[in-house]
Write a protein that binds this ligand. Structure first.
Ligand SMILES: Cc1cc2nc3c(=O)[nH]c(=O)nc-3n(C[C@H](O)[C@H](O)[C@H](O)COP(=O)(O)O)c2cc1C
Length: 205
């Protein structure tokens, strides 16, 4: 079994339609550590030692967030700036995160067709997330394709929210139970509830 850590960052939870439901699922799964960063650090006074110790105890790191201004909510940037220290996460003897899995879990207000070169947002979601991907690379982590939901505001009404929530549960369980096909997930651009590469358990698992 792998230890899975979810760092959840949503500055406007009282308006959330999707992430709060996903957060409830993540916090209810045994073997998954769920941390609401805005609740834990309302004044952004991130405890570096606590966060680094927590990272050492986990194999999989998930950032769960709604995309804000084509990026992460600010507390996740603050967390990276403080916690991913030289000598810990990168640089001389900074290999404490090597071989851990990193997976962004993202909701976007915009539709998928807006996130193309010729679409309204001009850039693909993966392109916008390249700072996270390269941060994971520098820290020798395995960057997995983001689990993404587009047009998040309409998801409930269009019957897409419940499958996405259920997909999130299956994703977390597969990461925990090591039945998630990491090599398939690193080769694809984005993950959705329909495209999760999950293996059946075998006698060897
Ligand atoms: C300050 C702010 C900035 C946002 N920026 C973006 C953005 O850059 N791209 C986008 O697709 N949606 C953007 N959104 C929409 C959120 O991503 C969307 O409301 C959220 O993913 C919906 O999930 P929720 O129901 O859990 O809040 C933004 C929303 C707010 C409040």
């Amino acid at each position: 079994m792998a230890n899975v850590l979810v760092l959840f960052a949503h500055p406007g939870q009282r308006h959330s339609r999707v992430n709060v439901g996903m957060a409830k699922i993540a916090s209810s799964i045994e073997g998954v550590t769920f941390i609401d960063l805005y609740a834990q650090y309302p004044k952004f006074d991130i405890d570096i030692d606590v966060e680094q110790d927590r990272l050492l105890r986990h194999d999989v790191l998930i950032f769960q967030f709604p995309i804000y201004w084509y990026s992460t909510p600010s507390i996740l940037k603050e967390w990276q700036d403080l916690v991913l220290e030289y000598g810990f996460a990168y640089g001389h003897s900074g290999d404490k995160l090597a071989n851990k899995v990193f997976l962004p879990v993202i909701t976007a207000g915009g539709p998928d067709h807006a996130y193309t070169e010729h679409g309204r947002n001009h850039f693909r979601l993966r392109t916008l997330l390249s700072p996270l991907e390269q941060t994971a690379n520098l820290c020798q982590m395995r960057f997995v394709a983001p689990y993404a939901l587009f047009s998040a505001h309409d998801a409930q009404q269009e019957g897409r929210a419940d499958p996405h929530l259920e997909g999130y549960r299956r994703l977390l369980l597969a990461l925990r139970d090591e039945t998630f096909d990491l090599s398939a997930a690193t080769q694809t651009e984005l993950l959705s509830a329909e495209t999760l590469p999950i293996r059946e358990r075998t006698v060897h698992d």
